[in-house]
Design a protein around this ligand. Sequence first.
Ligand code: DHB
Length: 505
Amino acid sequence: MKKFALAMGLSLAVSAAPAFASAGFQFPKTGIAESASLNGKTVSWQTYAKIPYVKRPSCGSCQRLTVYVPEAYLKGGTVNGYTKETAPIFLPNSVGGYMPGDIADPKKPNFDGGESALLAALARGYVVVSPAIRGRTTKNAAGRYVGKAPALIVDYKAAVRYLRAVKNELPAGNTDRIISDGTSAGGALSVLLGSTGNDPRYLPYLKKIGAAKARDDIFAAIVFCPITLLSHADEAYEWVFKDETVYHQGKIPGGMMQPPKAVGNGAAPAARPDNAPTEAAAGLPLSGKQIAASKVLARAFPATLNRFGLKDADGKSLTLKADGTGSFADYIRSLYIASAEGALKSGADISRFKCLTVKDGHVTAIDMKAYAKEVNRLKPVPAFDWFDAGSGENDEFGTVKNTPRHFTAFSSARDPKHHAMAPAKEIALLDPFTSISRKDVTVAPHFRIRHGFEDRDTVLAVPASVALKLAEKGSDVDFAVKWGKGHAGDYDLDSMFDWADGVVK
Ligand code: DHB
């Protein structure tokens, strides 16, 4: 009886403390005033820099974040209808190529020279939180590689937990309105954060780094060209590119660190996200072994896709027949057609794409074989899990000693040097499909996912499958193919933040 009373007393004492009392997590008392100009207007904010967001960092200063707070909130003002209590928290990651992501600076432009998403967010009254995140080359002082899978998602979650742990100390920001954002590998990370809220499978990793004990579900995820579903992406890629026997990815071991070169016609290649694989100066032929493997992978995709059990908005099953045609293929074509039709309506010249059929002023069809030829094949075969384990993704699934590993049985069985498979558990922790259907996971209620019309870093089937699964699970998913874009992100900030305001307000 006495024991019970004591326990009651204790729990009362705990619950009387402020919710999630920071439990050892600190938020700085003062920031630094900064400002920058955006469209002729001065945007002013306070910067609270390089705050540790875990208690047991994996390496030196790698798990820190910077919080940028619109100045108006420190003076009791409002921005864009938000107050310091209601301001959403924009949580972009800078991950590209599965490399470490650094803390981003609102004063620096986007990788393509465009306006910074962070600055645009501050101007709209969002509190911006930019975490540094471990990546595949992160080492600790002892030289161990501590940033391999699933480190990136563990860190992103830890950053969310930190914000909730210090929510009563934050100068502004609503921790129930956290919106992630990322491009490519960072897009994969953003959609994963949105798909794995409070998933208990990550707890051992979060405990190890001393993450705050708090929820890690988020309100919305903004996602550009996610390099995700890695276990299935090789098959999907060949479903589209099997007839293309020349690839254009820079050819060096690891595949991702080569400096940009001019493309064949001498034109500078389109800007690509930091650490994305580069374009080679000229196309390279696939080997006979690769061409044969492409056919096997392409033939395997329909069964894989059918196992996903996807449905459209009307509940109709989207499937593929053994020959690769079927309702899912029709759906994919409809996404490209909608994108081209939108461009045509807005007066764009779409005649460059011979794969499109225009009849009576409307885009009526797309020939996917012609599409594959026109955008051309970026990646070799397999696109992601290379037989020699030399891709960036093989490195991402590598060991603490930096030995790359496979993540598909297909490539593992064909590796002349017999690199090991990564543990199935770790492969699953980077795969949003393994969490979306779990009952103990809080999936974000809102997603905005974009894939460029000309993107061939991964194929549209990948983000489309994820978008369909999330919608089926009950999330509101705004998914579209962006005309005029290849592999890129943060390129439509006005509509992106209009969307974000729309879901928040
Ligand atoms: C990225 C691009 C890729 O093509 C890839 O395989 C992995 C990552 C990127 O831009 O982040």
